[in-house]
Design a protein around this ligand. Sequence first.
Ligand SMILES: NC(=O)C1=CN([C@@H]2O[C@H](COP(=O)(O)OP(=O)(O)OC[C@H]3O[C@@H](n4cnc5c(N)ncnc54)[C@H](O)[C@@H]3O)[C@@H](O)[C@H]2O)[C@@H](O)CC1
Ligand SMILES: Nc1ncnc2c1ncn2[C@@H]1O[C@H](COP(=O)(O)OP(=O)(O)O)[C@@H](O)[C@H]1O
Ligand SMILES: [Mg+2]
Length: 283
Amino acid sequence: MEKFIAVDRKEILKYYKPIAVDTHKGIQGHALIIGGSYGKIGAVCLSSKSALKTGCGLVTAFVPKCGYEILQIGIPEVMILTDVKKKCISNINFDFQPNAIGIGPGIGQNEATQKAFLKFLKSNKIPLVIDADALNILSNNKAWFLLLPSGSILTPHPKELERLIGKWDSEQEKFEKTISFSLQYKVIIVMKGAPTHIIDGETIYKNTTGNQALATAGSGDVLTGIISSLLAQLYDAIEAAVLGVYLHGLTADIAVPKTGFQSFIASDIINHIGEAFLSLESK
Ligand SMILES: NC(=O)C1=CN([C@@H]2O[C@H](COP(=O)(O)OP(=O)(O)OC[C@H]3O[C@@H](n4cnc5c(N)ncnc54)[C@H](O)[C@@H]3O)[C@@H](O)[C@H]2O)[C@@H](O)CC1
Ligand SMILES: Nc1ncnc2c1ncn2[C@@H]1O[C@H](COP(=O)(O)OP(=O)(O)O)[C@@H](O)[C@H]1O
Ligand SMILES: [Mg+2]
């Protein structure tokens, strides 16, 4: 039996956890963002910066070598690990224990990257947020879904969702197929769109924030960073997905009276995350 929840401010305040006075960066969550390829390092910049701006204590990015200086100079707060290859990821290798991993923004589908992703999935036990080409690679290799830790969060836009579950003839069929997929593989599916729905088995969350300003390059990459950050801060997977989508949309609602729809870009989401949090704190 399906359960439907409208995600408004009242619902969000049930999950939201203010930052403790005596916290420190070592216990505030460490997110790892894995992605990027030649020409698409910007996607990792957007995800990593939004992870920091959503409150996690530490963020490390794993990118191909060509991303090193771009990230180091662009976002000095982010730590960087590089692949042996220059233009794409070929071997995912890190020697610390992140609390959550966001993988996919800008990663591409190079054969070496696909092999590296499979090797990573075979040993990984850390909670995951999976986006963009990491999702597309999985869609082409459905057996790999069995390797995901349960409660992993997938964030497809409609075209990526179609690659995941196949075509649908009606909205109802789209939801039925997504629910079946979520139940079969024990994953949370963030069906990005206008509005975004979050599917957790038979529970459907409908987000109530956001607007057409978000129809801009990189806005999904920012969402991946936001959700990865919340997951690293030890929110439950479903809380991280629902709160992340709500905050992401709220930034656009707050910004649009100042920016208009047209001039709003993905970096404006990042610039308004603070105001989105403040609006949750206000009475
Ligand atoms: N600065 C950067 O480095 C950027 C990198 N990006 C990366 O570029 C890669 C490719 O991503 P794309 O999503 O463009 O490629 P995809 O091929 O997955 O998606 C593009 C296709 O999906 C359709 N589509 C997208 N949103 C839709 C919607 N809401 N309704 C219906 N159809 C929709 C488009 O019309 C197009 O046909 C990803 O790895 C992404 O992370 C992009 O996020 C843009 C910015
Ligand atoms: N018209 C719209 N109204 C509300 N949200 C939108 C609209 N268009 C796009 N979005 C949001 O913007 C994001 C786009 O994600 P995605 O397509 O993955 O972007 P990218 O890959 O360029 O980063 C999603 O969170 C989606 O819900
Ligand atoms: Mg995307």
